[in-house]
Each structure stands twice: as C-alpha cells, then as structure tokens.
Design a protein around this ligand. Structure first.
Ligand SMILES: [Zn+2]
Ligand SMILES: [Zn+2]
Length: 384
C-alpha cells in the first residue's frame, strides 16, 4: 500500500538529556531536541495486519495538521520544529475517516463496513494518569501518526477502543463521500470541544467567545462554539484567506488584529462586557495575552490550546480582578468528547465541510504539504 513517511536523523542536541527509554525506543519526548534533516516520501509499505484488539481501516480522507507540517519544517541547525513525542521513520497522519475492512479476533464494538474515525492517543488504562481520568496524559501513551503508523496510508490499523462510528452523520450528509470528508474534520473539532467543555468550567449558552487565530483549529472551534450556542463568536486572524473562509461560513465578527485593535473590537461587540471565553489558537501569545487580559468579562474562561514556543508575561492582577481563569487544554482523549462532536455534526449544528478548501491525492503529498505550509487554507485533505 502507498503511505506518506517522514524520516529524519537521530542526532540529540548536546544539551538534550536523552533518557534510557528514548535511547532504546528512538521515541523522543521532544522531537525538536533530537531529530534533524526531516524528509517526506511517498513510500510503498506492507498493508498492516490488525492485532487482536485492532481494526483495519481503509482510509478515505485524512487532513494535514500543523503538527505534521512542524515535523517537516526545520530550524537553521536542521532540527524539526515539532516539540512533542515522535519517532522516525514513521507513516504520519492522524485526522482521518474511512471504512473498517478487517477486525481482530477480540474486537467487539465494530464490524466490517463500519465507517469510523479515531482518537490519536493510545492510552494504557492502568497508569496513574489514566486512572485519574486523564488518559490523554497517559504515562505510556503512543500516538497514531507520531510514534505509531498513522493515517496517510491506504490502510491503518487502530485499537478499537480509539475508534468512533461516524454513521450517525448520515443524518446530515446524503452521500458517503461527503460524510467521510466531514468526518475527517472531527479530530480538529474535538480539540476545542475538549478545551471548552472538558477543561474550562461553566461555559454557558449565550457566552461571548473570542478566537485568537482562525486556522484549522480556530475555524473548526468557531463552528463548535456557534453550534453550542455562543452569544457571539469573534475571531482575530491576520491571513486574508482565512478571514474570508470564516466570513463565508457565516461569521460576522472577523478581523485582522493588525488592522483593528482587538480590545476595541471586543469592547464594541460585547457592549463593554468583555469576552466570557477566550480561545488561544494562534501561538502568537505575546500579542494575544495582553488583548485577552484587557478584555476579560467577569468570570471569564481562557482556554489555552496553541503550542507556543515561548511564554507570555501574565498580568496576574487582571485575572484576580475579573475572577478569570486560564485552562490549559491539549488533545481530546476521553470518552465524552468524540461522540458529542459527532452528535453536533449529525444534528447539523457543526458543518466543517466548507472549511476543507483543498483536497489532493496521496501520491501528491509533496504538493499538498507545500500548499498546507502556505497556511492559507481552512484544511487540506489527502484523498487515498
Ligand atoms: Zn492534529
Ligand atoms: Zn496510561
């Protein structure tokens, strides 16, 4: 089968303290400290055989994520930008949908022909983090498309416990192709859903939501916020193309933060009350946090989702003065997230299809990555 593989050289920086486990498994907790000279190749590999608790999925669509781009992008010394858990060479890709074509002997929840998507983090269920209810921070986690074979491939083997049936989406999409395309956007939408409703506390229908950054995570998140009854959704995004996409999908309050002072805009749209919910999805934290801190509604939730390279100065008094709090949110793992995003999509409350602005064949992965790196699309999908 054809796959998209990223390879790189294992060359730990002198200051990177390689653990015994990292050395043995070649899985670096911070890829940017170890892996350099990454390359992308369309490669033919053996079709995987599902393990006893796994299903084999024939992938139809898979989205290119910012993290995929950052595994390929390198700094001036050749080290990859990606600063989390990764090993190479590996078949990448983790936002996907497809059809189950084979099931392992112990699989109970699914059968051949089921249309599914999947979570990314495989968790053990036994470690302290798992038993505390945080499987996303499992001490022995592996990640599809980062440390285990991912979805930029014609087939991917996935533990059944990570899969979710997307056939309820038949309610909202009449043909299977449109359904699977939409289903490939579930994963990015779960990132903000998790931040808003599993991490932050007490977000209410009617709250004012502000998105700092309208890339793929911001755009799908804005859809989730609107679908969940936000009083208004405001977005700040410097890219003309991405602002145009946001307007096209019906968002009225979309601004270039370099042109309009975001604090003034928020003040105007919220009639001086400030934002109840701020979602940081840009990574430009030294620009966005001063805005956030000057536009906190009483009791505001700040949901920190982006993976910024640096830390902003935090004006603690402003959080005290507004009874506001910052919630860190990463990933989406947990039993309550995926099914609810799927329900919102099935009910027609969230439709990410118009955010998919480019679809290319797996064999054109090189061009697709180049296109995605321009960061002008809502979402770039590969079609297998
Ligand atoms: Zn992703
Ligand atoms: Zn665990």
């Amino acid at each position: 089968m054809r796959t998209v593989v990223i390879d790189a050289d294992w060359e730990p920086k002198p200051e990177y303290d390689v653990s015994e486990r990292e050395h043995r498994t070649r899985r670096a907790m911070d890829a940017s400290g170890v892996w350099k000279n990454s390359t992308l190749e369309v490669e033919t590999r053996e079709r995987p055989t599902p393990g006893s608790d796994e299903v084999l999925v024939r992938v139809r669509y898979a989205g290119i994520c910012g993290s995929d781009l950052s595994m390929l992008a390198t700094d001036e010394d050749g080290y990859v930008h990606y600063s989390a858990y990764a090993t190479f060479p590996n078949v990448i890709g983790h936002e996907f949908a497809g059809e189950i074509v084979e099931t392992g002997a112990d699989v109970r929840l699914f059968e051949e022909g089921d249309l599914v998507t999947s979570e990314v983090t495989d968790y053990c269920g036994r470690c302290n983090a798992c038993r505390q209810g945080s499987p996303g921070h499992c001490n022995r986690f592996e990640q599809l498309g980062f440390t285990i074979s991912g979805a930029f491939a014609e087939f991917v083997a996935v533990p059944e416990k990570l899969c979710w049936n997307v056939s309820p989406l038949r309610n909202a999409y009449d043909d299977e192709d449109a359904l699977l395309k939409a289903a490939a956007t579930i994963e990015p939408a779960t990132i903000t859903y998790h931040g808003l409703f599993a991490r932050a506390e007490g977000i209410l229908p009617g709250d004012y939501h502000v998105y700092h950054g309208a890339g793929p995570i911001g755009l799908t998140g804005m859809n989730v916020s609107r679908g969940a009854g936000a009083g208004a959704v405001i977005a700040f995004e410097p890219s003309d193309e991405r602002r145009a996409i946001a307007r096209e999908i019906g968002f009225e309050h979309v601004y270039d933060p370099l042109e309009r002072d975001p604090v003034d805009v928020i003040d105007e749209v919220t009639n001086g009350e400030g934002a109840d919910v701020h979602v940081e999805t840009s990574g430009a934290v030294s620009q966005t946090y001063p805005v956030i801190e000057d536009s906190l509604a009483e009791g505001a939730n700040v949901v920190h989702i982006s993976n910024a390279g640096s830390d902003p100065a935090i004006a603690l008094r402003k959080y005290q003065g507004s009874t506001a709090q910052i919630y860190g949110a990463e990933g989406h793992t947990g039993q309550r997230i995926y099914p609810r995003v799927i329900r919102m999509m099935a009910a027609g409350r969230v439709d990410n299809s118009p955010i998919v602005t480019t679809t290319m064949a797996l064999s054109d992965a090189d061009d697709a990555f180049e296109r995605a790196a321009e960061r002008v699309d809502g979402k770039v999908l590969l079609e297998m």
